[in-house]
Design a protein around this ligand. Structure first.
Ligand code: NCD
Length: 334
């Protein structure tokens, strides 16, 4: 059961009976209004660089558990900072949920953590289905957030990418957006596609060498390009992707110099896009493989803003899923 992909989760099961967001495992099925409300809430957490970051006690008394079984620096740090800046308690747990699902001992783990009043599970796993499995077993007042599910879904990355685009381009409808590189193995590409579709972006392009393109039945509403120069022509936004070597057979890993020669985003190639085109990358970057350093650090790059926006987006999501938890006065206690 836990093998089912995140696409099987519909919007309803991520919302509670009042229609509030309860879990965030996938962006698929989330409507424009829900997404826009999350982006607006995230924006309210942005501050000028020199100012102190947004801080509150909105999550005081809430415990957030980070369960990351795939390497991650920025996403884990970003979830942790987001929770702490809202006054939550944070626990980083070194446990492997996916390997335990088989023996169902994962349920014992969940019950144990629930008994210590863990209210939000943040889960990253290389195996599909872990988030849904946990979400379908937790108590009613407990939320599950995906921090990256296999190659399938990375919803908070999709949100932070949309927030970054909105800051620079305002409306989505007139935009041409190119998602470039290892699309086949990328959860960032899939969540990006889902959110940009929901936000009614004008034109979505998938630009990849044939071996790294997703199957024909996936992301059907995007136009496909197998030459970088063609795919970049006239676009407003370029979303570069990391080559996900860890998801490839050794023999399929492209030679770095060959890849850069054909698929690396260089200053020269960037000229094919609109002159005010922004360049994004989820990180960690493979410099001089998928992106030239002078582009990554150049004036059109918004890569660091994406990182900043990541904290704001995770604060917004944490607030959204915990807003219906009552804070009881002593007199109301059983
Ligand atoms: C992405 C991830 O892990 O899915 N990175 C991230 O969340 N910062 C993208 C990637 O690793 O390629």
């Amino acid at each position: 059961m836990h093998k089912q992909s995140s696409t099987a989760l519909n919007q309803l099961s991520q919302l509670d009976r009042q229609g509030h967001l309860k879990h965030l495992i996938t962006l698929e099925g989330l409507d424009k209004a829900t997404i826009t409300a999350l982006l607006d809430r995230a924006r309210s957490h942005l501050r000028p660089k020199a100012a102190r970051p947004s801080h509150s006690q909105a999550l005081a008394g809430i415990t957030v558990g980070n369960i990351f079984t795939e390497p991650s620096t920025r996403t884990r740090a970003s979830f942790e900072l987001a929770a702490r800046r809202l006054g939550a308690d944070v626990l980083n747990l070194e446990i492997m949920l996916s390997s335990r699902m088989k023996g169902e001992t994962v349920l014992d783990t969940i019950r144990t953590l629930e008994a210590m009043a863990m209210n939000v599970f943040v889960i990253r796993d290389a195996e599909p289905g872990v988030g849904q499995f946990v979400a379908s077993h937790v108590e009613d007042h407990v939320s599950v957030l995906s921090a990256g599910e296999a190659h399938l879904s990375h919803p908070t990355q999709g949100l932070l990418d949309a927030l970054t685009i909105r800051q620079h381009k305002q409306a989505f409808e007139p935009l041409k957006v190119a998602i470039v590189g290892d699309i086949r193995h990328s959860r960032v590409a899939r969540s990006g596609y889902q959110i940009l579709k929901a936000l009614e972006v004008g034109e979505l392009r998938l630009v990849a060498p044939p071996g790294l393109m997703c199957d024909a039945n996936e992301m059907p509403d995007a136009e496909r390009f197998d030459r970088l120069e063609d795919g970049l022509s006239g676009v407003d936004v370029i979303m570069m992707l990391r080559i996900q070597k860890e998801r490839m057979a050794l023999t399929d890993i492209p030679k770095e110099s060959d890849y850069f020669a054909q698929w690396g985003l260089t200053h020269q190639r960037l000229k094919a896009a609109k002159s005010d085109c922004i360049v994004m990358h989820p990180g960690p970057m493979n410099r001089e493989i998928e992106i030239a350093s002078d582009v990554a650090d150049g004036p059109q790059s918004v890569i660091r803003e994406q990182v900043t926006n990541g904290v704001a987006v995770r604060m917004a999501v944490l607030e959204a899923v915990t807003q219906s938890r009552p804070v009881l006065e002593l007199a109301q206690l059983p």
